[in-house]
Write a protein that binds this ligand. Structure first.
Ligand SMILES: *[C@@H]1O[C@H](CO)[C@@H](O)[C@H](O)[C@H]1NC(C)=O
Ligand SMILES: *[C@@H]1O[C@H](CO)[C@@H](O)[C@H](O)[C@H]1NC(C)=O
Length: 207
């Protein structure tokens, strides 16, 4: 009887420990840990909390978009605060191609233009969630999921997005898979995408 009671108590304590544990481990703050630039001289200055972009992102590139990062590299005061911001400029029909942030969720606000946006759920569901957004609209891209924005208007578009990390990181699917250095063996990519190997070699040459 005594033994059963102590087993029950141990089980109860275990259940309590599980229920009070946090939902997941703290995320790493960067890809790897070199020293973070931090406090220099001049203690009470606004400087480490301010960022003034010198110019809008230049969208004359193959994607027709430009992401200006405003993270701990630009604002030292963001260190340990778990937030950052991006400004995204889109040329007409420009795309911010499918990508994921390994360390953050994203909440995007459209300021100018019309964007077709979407994200895909993880395996095996792969549900696609999409919406056409106009100025003032806000959309969420959950942690780690592949997402994109496409400017479907005839004019330039601008959006800002908050990220739940001081350095959310970004992996662009096409660039990572087709433009790795050195290239991934074309047989691997051909099988993965069910493509002819010559098509893969052509695509790899584009990056
Ligand atoms: C984004 O815009 C900045 C500022 O004009 C420019 O320096 C940078 O090269 C652009 N990046 C891309 C990928 O076009
Ligand atoms: C944008 O980038 C293109 C291509 O690099 C360049 O020719 C053009 O002068 C740049 N525009 C501005 C406003 O800097």
């Amino acid at each position: 009887m005594q033994r059963i009671r102590s087993i029950l108590i141990a089980f109860g304590l275990f259940a309590f420990a599980c229920s009070s544990a946090s939902a997941y481990d703290p995320s790493p703050l960067q890809d790897f840990c070199v020293a973070i630039k931090d406090f220099k001289n001049g203690a009470c200055s606004y400087r480490r909390f301010l960022f003034r972009p010198k110019q809008a992102g230049n969208t004359s590139n193959p994607d027709g978009s430009n992401v200006t990062m405003i993270n701990v590299d630009q604002i030292l005061g963001l260190n340990t605060l778990s937030i950052s911001l991006v400004r995204i400029d889109y040329a007409p029909y420009g795309v911010n191609p499918p990508h994921t942030h390994p360390r953050g969720s994203e909440i995007l606000l459209v300021v100018e233009g019309t964007l077709y946006v979407g994200f895909v759920m993880a395996n095996p569901t792969h549900c696609l969630f999409t919406k056409i957004l106009n100025p003032g609209d806000v959309f969420v891209f959950p942690f780690g999921l592949i997402h994109f924005q496409f400017n479907i208007g005839k004019t330039a578009a601008v959006a800002f997005a908050g990220l739940s990390s001081q350095n959310a990181g970004v992996i662009t699917m096409a660039k990572a898979v087709l433009g790795s250095n050195p290239p991934i063996n074309p047989d691997v990519v051909a099988k993965a995408f069910q493509l002819n190997k010559n098509v893969v070699k052509y695509l790899q040459s584009r990056y």
